[in-house]
Ligand binder design. Structure first.
Ligand code: ADP
Length: 270
């Protein structure tokens, strides 16, 4: 794109229109390339579990007279099918969040409700990993948005915090009121993220360390979904991390007045 712009500038003899046209084409090309990358990454990711299911089905066929083996392969097929299902629903979520359609439902959303739902969604994972999730900070704050999308986003951060933390450690979920915003932070004392990878982990399908990530069975889509979900709400997500020390992801969302107080002030003025 850069080379193209330079050469266009050289040829166009100062023709502003020509330059604008080239910029437009480059933007269209960029979007097209993103779409192409998304489809090819997605297909690649789907191929792995589909291939595994095929092989396992063949294995069942040839182990037909050994019930123990059949059960073993069948349960592995179930696990792969589950993974395929998760992957598909995450891809759908991401594509919905990236589309230009507005959010399905927006209303005043209680951050207390979002955080409680997110912690609840991860309670089984926390228990099985031996990690305690602790909620702290301010209460009674509201944002405008889709409660489901926001809860899923925070749940994704908590899921990562749990997955990349040692057993017996704590994950802190904090809420902090700022002037016009609310900050929701998810902090862990886990493996941390190398500085060179901190920007890339928000990209679709990116996983910091293949071996480490594979162990947790991740898809590399979680943080990309978080980023898009938060941006759709006019907010942003930041990361602090040090390898070996832990990570803190902080989501910032625009604050709105508590709906009750709002109603009261309407009554007063009316
Ligand atoms: P995954 O499904 O692999 O967890 P994500 O998009 O949620 O995908 O995260 C991308 C990568 O970022 C992960 O594979 C992992 O390497 C890294 N990562 C995310 N959250 C954490 C965390 N809390 N601690 C350490 N590494 C993390």
């Amino acid at each position: 794109t850069e080379t193209r712009l330079v050469s266009a500038r050289a040829i166009s003899l100062g023709g502003r229109l020509a330059l604008l046209t080239v910029r437009d084409i480059s933007e269209a090309e960029r979007v097209e390339r993103m779409r192409h990358d998304f489809v090819s990454n997605t297909s690649h990711e789907l191929k792995t579990p589909v291939g595994a299911v095929t092989l396992l089905a063949e294995a069942i066929e040839s182990a037909a007279d050994d019930p123990a083996q059949v059960r073993h392969f069948a349960s592995r097929i179930q696990a792969e099918a589950l993974r395929l299902g998760n992957l598909t629903s995450r891809i759908m979520n991401l594509s919905r969040l990236q589309s230009t359609d507005s959010l399905a439902e927006t209303r005043a959303v209680s951050i207390d409700e979002v955080v409680a739902a997110a912690i609840d969604m991860q309670s089984v994972a926390a228990e099985s990993q031996g990690v305690e999730v602790v909620r702290g900070g301010d209460r009674g704050l509201y944002v405008r948005g889709d409660v489901q999308v926001l809860s899923d986003a925070i749940a994704n951060l908590i899921a990562n915090a749990i997955a990349y933390s040692p057993a017996g450690s704590r994950v802190g979920v904090g809420v902090k009121q700022m002037a016009d915003a609310v900050e929701i932070s998810v902090a862990d004392r886990g493996i941390g993220i190398d500085e060179s990878e901190q920007n890339r982990i928000f990209e679709r399908f990116y996983r910091a360390d293949q071996a480490r990530s594979r162990r947790t069975g991740g898809t590399g889509l979680g943080l990309s979904i978080v980023k898009h979900a938060v941006q759709r709400h006019g907010g942003d997500v930041r990361l602090w991390s040090r390898p070996g020390r832990g990570s803190t992801f902080t989501v910032t969302l625009p604050l709105i007045p508590a709906p009750d107080a709002d109603e009261r002030s309407h009554k007063k003025s009316g």
